[in-house]
Design a protein around this ligand. Sequence first.
Ligand SMILES: CC(=O)N[C@H]1[C@@H](OP(=O)(O)OP(=O)(O)OC[C@H]2O[C@@H](n3ccc(=O)[nH]c3=O)[C@H](O)[C@@H]2O)O[C@H](CO)[C@@H](O)[C@@H]1O
Length: 374
Amino acid sequence: MGIHGRSNGHTEGAMPRFKTILVTGGAGYIGSHCVVDLLQNGHEVVAIDNFANAVGDDDGSPALRKVEEITGKKVTFYRADLLDKPQINDIFDKHSVECVVHFAALKAVGESMAQPLLYYQNNVLGMLNLLEVMRSHGCFQLVFSSSCTVYGEPERLPITEEHPTGKITNVYGRTKYFIEEMLKDLSVADERWNIISLRYFNPVGAHPSGLIGEDPTKEFTNLMPFMAQVALGKKPVLTVFGNDYNTPDGTGVRDYIHVMDLASGHVAALNLLSANHVGLKVYNLGTGKGVSVKQLVDVFERVTGTRIPLQYEARRLGDITAMWADASLARTELGWTTTRSVEEMCTDFWRWQTMNPDGYVKKNKTSVIVNGKS
Ligand SMILES: CC(=O)N[C@H]1[C@@H](OP(=O)(O)OP(=O)(O)OC[C@H]2O[C@@H](n3ccc(=O)[nH]c3=O)[C@H](O)[C@@H]2O)O[C@H](CO)[C@@H](O)[C@@H]1O
């Protein structure tokens, strides 16, 4: 096991049934953490990313170089865009990809409302291109990165996979929903497909080494990265959107999940796919525990020894009151559970932030001009 690794009941050391995995969006936040776990479980990884929301430089991905440092293993990387089908085709020609873990997507809710066509094109068309290239290369094994956002406002809590989907209030969420519907149709039409869609709750935290973490290149609005910026003094105050919700302390409740627990959910999904034909299966990945904004701030302040000034404002448009998972299906069918506490989510995120206050360091080749010669 690599530095600070933690087994979660999966097959470390054993030979995985899938050898080469293509990871789309591999340089991103969840993608890079998942690549660590895949490598530590014996898979070979070909990662692609277009750097739409991940740091890239002349040598590729700084995040994936850190992943290589953590694991002592090599990642094959291509800067590639799923909208460029011939390029994706070339990558499949070069590597015998047995399974795809598909993270690459745009994910900013506000941006998705302002630019719906961009989101439908990138997320839905990107998925279509990928599925077509996979099929033409005889690759039918897929793990799809979905979201609890497909449930919309919960009718009951905790949310099981049977909860109705589709009543979504934003375009980003609808792209995830439409793709799930597409995957359903595909698995019915052609039984060669073997697909698991993982509905993530709220991923937070970072790898405990502090070497990789969340470093969005776009403006971000998620709670934990924003809170960490306030703790670092880069932003003056954390705005709490609403303290009049029907929750114990009036602030919104979510199911925060450590990104390394999320990563191990993907390894568990691959283990199931490689041993069984499932058609299409959907699993919630969450801890099953609801944590309010105020509670998360309290834990963060306590474990990091920082102070987060708060400013209460009106509810954010499109936000729901409370959401947490029933993750028992993933426990029984994938043999997967979360093992990391809210304290670890905060400590690990803070370690990444303090070790890398400006995020990843880019390695760009600059030519130095001396006496007119470069
Ligand atoms: C409406 C929205 O954006 N939903 C997206 C958001 O979920 P979600 O809104 O749950 O995640 P956030 O991290 O943005 O917010 C979590 C909680 O913190 C509160 N909060 C957040 C930021 C802040 O500065 N102050 C504050 O009080 C929110 O009101 C919410 O109660 O991120 C998820 C993961 O990327 C996406 O799948 C969701 O589609």
